[in-house]
Design a protein around this ligand. Structure first.
Ligand code: ATP
Length: 750
């Protein structure tokens, strides 16, 4: 039904007061005029600027000195029959004006008592403001947005040929009459009439203006789509589903003819920072459609009907922009506090309206609704059939974390192949995608500040350990979500071959030790579960829990601190944990200083371990470098060695060290040789070794592809032919060093 007919019917039925929520005063006036004409009412216009004015010629009847309560006072004793009071700027007039509100209430009550169906009040404002005293009398009305035919009529004087009009109509839809007229005037001024060669520019201009208008409306926002589906690490099930929907949307007519229904959209629920918003953006890119965001929180108004009105407005606008992807962000916000019989009325009306719209919408609007707190969503919404799919996004698993790391390292222009992603992914268990992204950018910043060529393993791992993962801060909530997810049988967004956290929790409490053992061995088991399983009565389970690479440092450190004479000491467990990657090296090192034979065996294990460890703290690196132990050899090969430790190693007096070892295929290597070969050698250490008395050390340094240009020049001047030969084999030799070598070619030739 048209709004004018609706209004006429309501007045006849005895409704006395209406609130026209619109900024389009001209349309509101037309509506009032039509209604008044049809009911044979006389219109009294009251506005804040001029007081009471003549509705048809706008001449002032009575000045009110900017005080609307005065004008309302004048009406109190009048005969109200066959009158329509049209109050403009209602919000400005009534807000903070109790006298005006009281007089308006008096007027309304008078109408309701003596003039039902014979008099009405229409309030108009661009913002809803309804004082609670008059709220029961008011019916909120929206002026609908212009339809295709209306837009066509407004566009008529632009003289665009009929077949070219449709693109303009689509671009203009979603705006009200006033906005359309304004945009068209701007276009006319700017382009001096319609010219085919300007068509794209004109459309672009309209879109830009529209983006602004949409943003100003406060209910929708156009989102820049700058993410692709390839920017999402993991979430394989969700990505596959989106690709299928994109195929259907791209071939919609064909699909419909075949009997396929147009896709409605998905609800993506789950952990914060795990890629829900990212997915909405990637979906729009995949569908090649604009993305509009609806923030449910911003819809919620304090007045009766305001939230629903806002929701209606937003959804109508989205339809008018279609085809588009509508991202309904933080869906749960609409339903906070809604549960069982106490369901708040607004929430259930909003839900009802949203569900009906989803069912009945005719325009191709693909919905991606996202929600963090799945427990706050009403069950009706989660029932199958409402959305095409309901996905649950959890924390990324081991494989996914590697993919997310690679994506963000690539984005940050870092070399991925120099890093051990498997190890890093292990270190960022419990991290959300957003946590991983933050850690990568933090690491990159540190690498830049340290003047490094690129981000290395140790810096990244340090950055990871500095980041407090979301899971830790949201521990309780996470458990709740995971349980709910299991209960509701939602579709997991990730593809996983292993157990879910909820399944692990269940098995960890099983009476069958084999179930508990399975969990203790699981590479994705949580720290909380392991903390419990290290105390298991079954020794196999206990050992497996301590061996698990996720076993938390706190537990391992506590265990290693148990002395041999303590009844809780267990040698087998101690042997397991000294080699564990999560244990504090400082504690193991202290243990070795006790210098007993048993501990020497452990020392040997530590030695090999240290050679590979890239997460050794700088403090510990220096402590180890200063020892006159074979540890130093292992340390010299560590590519993540800090500058301070490298300089200690580079200055070591080899003659004072009694130990040397034979490295396979390369003869005897001193610690300086090992450092010379080290890809992570710093410039200062290179400068020391470039002048080392051993030609072999200099040879190895010359072959190292990471040496700087200055060191290359020094080595190119070396007196030793072998050094020069080694340098000429270096693939990263700079032009100047090559030139020096060429000049000295005769020496090499000898
Ligand atoms: P919230 O509920 O807090 O809005 P969300 O689940 O919507 O969280 P996103 O905004 O999508 O999270 O993620 C934040 C950022 O984290 C993204 O911009 C992205 O850079 C990174 N990120 C999260 N998950 C992934 C992922 N699976 N792959 C790649 N990057 C990711």
């Amino acid at each position: 039904m048209k709004i004018n007919q609706q209004l006429i019917e309501l007045i006849k039925a005895g409704y006395s007061t209406f609130y026209l929520h619109t900024a389009e005063t001209a349309r509101a006036e037309n509506l009032v005029a039509e209604v008044a004409k049809s009911l044979n009412f006389h219109v009294h216009e009251i506005n804040l600027a001029q007081g009471k004015i003549n509705f048809s010629n706008k001449s002032q009847i009575k000045e009110n000195h900017g005080r609307i309560e005065q004008t309302l006072n004048d009406l109190l004793d009048e005969d109200l029959e066959q009158n329509l009071f049209f109050i403009k700027n209602a919000k400005l007039a009534l807000e903070n004006n109790p006298v005006a509100v009281a007089r308006l209430q008096y007027l309304i009550e008078n109408i309701e008592r003596h003039y039902t169906g014979e008099c009405a009040v229409i309030l108009q404002s661009s913002e809803v403001y309804i004082p609670s005293d008059i709220e029961p009398f008011i019916t909120l009305l929206e002026i609908p947005l212009p339809k295709e035919s209306d837009i066509k009529a407004i566009m008529d004087d632009l003289n665009i040929e009929a077949e070219k009009q449709s693109k303009f109509i689509t671009a203009l839809s979603g705006l009200n009459e006033l906005e359309i007229k304004k945009v068209l005037t701007l276009i006319k001024q700017r382009f001096n009439g319609f010219n085919e060669s300007d068509q794209d520019k004109m459309l672009n201009e309209i879109r830009q203006q529209k983006e602004q208008i949409i943003a100003k409306s406060g209910v929708l926002e156009m989102v820049k789509v700058d993410h692709q589906i390839t920017d999402i690490g993991g979430l394989e099930n969700l990505k596959k589903w989106l690709q299928e929907q994109a195929h259907i949307v791209g071939n919609l007519e064909k699909a419909k003819a075949f009997g396929v229904k147009a896709p409605k959209g998905a609800l993506i629920a789950g952990m914060p920072g795990c890629g829900k918003s990212l997915t909405a953006k990637a979906a729009a890119a995949l569908f090649q459609q604009p993305l509009v965001r609806l923030d449910i929180g911003s819809l919620l108004g304090k007045y009766v009907g305001e939230s629903e009105t806002n929701m209606r407005k937003a959804l109508a606008m989205a339809e008018s922009i279609s085809p588009c992807v509508l991202w309904v962000d933080e869906l749960e916000k609409a339903f906070v506090g809604m549960s069982g019989n106490n369901a708040s009325e607004v929430s259930s009306r909003l839900l009802g309206y949203f569900l009906t719209w989803m069912q009945e919408k005719t325009q191709p609007v693909f919905i991606i609704a996202t929600a963090n707190d799945i427990t706050a969503l009403p069950p009706e919404l989660l029932r199958k059939g409402r959305f095409d799919e309901i996905f649950y996004v959890g924390f990324p698993n081991y494989k996914e974390r590697q993919q997310i790391l690679a994506i963000h390292l690539n984005k940050a222009k870092q070399k991925v192949d120099v890093l051990d992603l498997e190890e890093i992914a292990r270190q960022c268990r419990d991290y959300s995608g957003a946590d991983i992204e933050n850690a990568v950018y933090d690491g990159v910043k540190q690498a830049f500040l340290a003047n490094a060529a690129h981000l290395n393993q140790a810096t990244l791992i340090e950055a990871i350990s500095r980041t407090v993962p979301l899971r830790k801060t949201l521990k309780e909530k996470v458990g709740e979500y995971e349980k709910k997810f299991e209960e509701l049988y939602l579709t997991p967004a990730s593809h996983s071959d292993g157990l879910s956290i909820a399944e692990m929790n269940k098995l960890a409490n099983s009476t069958n030790y084999l179930d508990r053992l399975k969990v203790a061995n699981d590479p994705e088991v949580t720290e909380e579960i392991l903390e419990k399983l290290v105390k298991d009565e079954n020794f196999e389970v206990k050992k497996a829990a301590f061996s698990n690479s996720n076993c938390p440092r706190k537990v391992l450190d506590e265990q290693i601190s148990i002395k041999e004479d303590n009844k809780h000491f267990n040698k087998e467990i101690r042997d397991i944990i000294v080699g564990h990657r999560n244990i504090s090296i400082e504690l193991v090192f202290e243990l070795h200083n006790e210098n007993n034979e048993e501990h020497n065996k452990i020392r040997a294990r530590l030695l090999t371990d240290i050679a590979q460890r890239n997460d050794l703290s700088e403090k510990m690196q220096v402590v180890l470098a200063e020892s006159n132990d074979r540890l130093v050899e292992a340390l010299a090969t560590n590519e993540n060695l800090c500058k301070k430790a490298q300089l200690i190693v580079a200055k070591k007096d080899q003659d004072k060290l009694t130990w040397i070892f034979r490295e396979f295929g390369l003869g005897f290597n001193t610690i300086k040789d090992l450092l010379a070969k080290n890809k992570g050698i710093c410039k200062e250490a290179q400068l020391i070794l470039a002048k080392d008395k051993s030609y072999k050390t200099r040879c190895l340094l010359a072959r190292n592809e990471n040496i700087c240009e200055e060191v290359q020049y020094i080595l190119a001047e070396d007196e030793d032919n072998f050094v020069l030969e080694s340098l000429s084999e270096n693939k990263n030799l700079c032009e100047k060093a090559k030139l020096i070598l060429a000049k000295r070619g005769s020496i090499i030739g000898k």
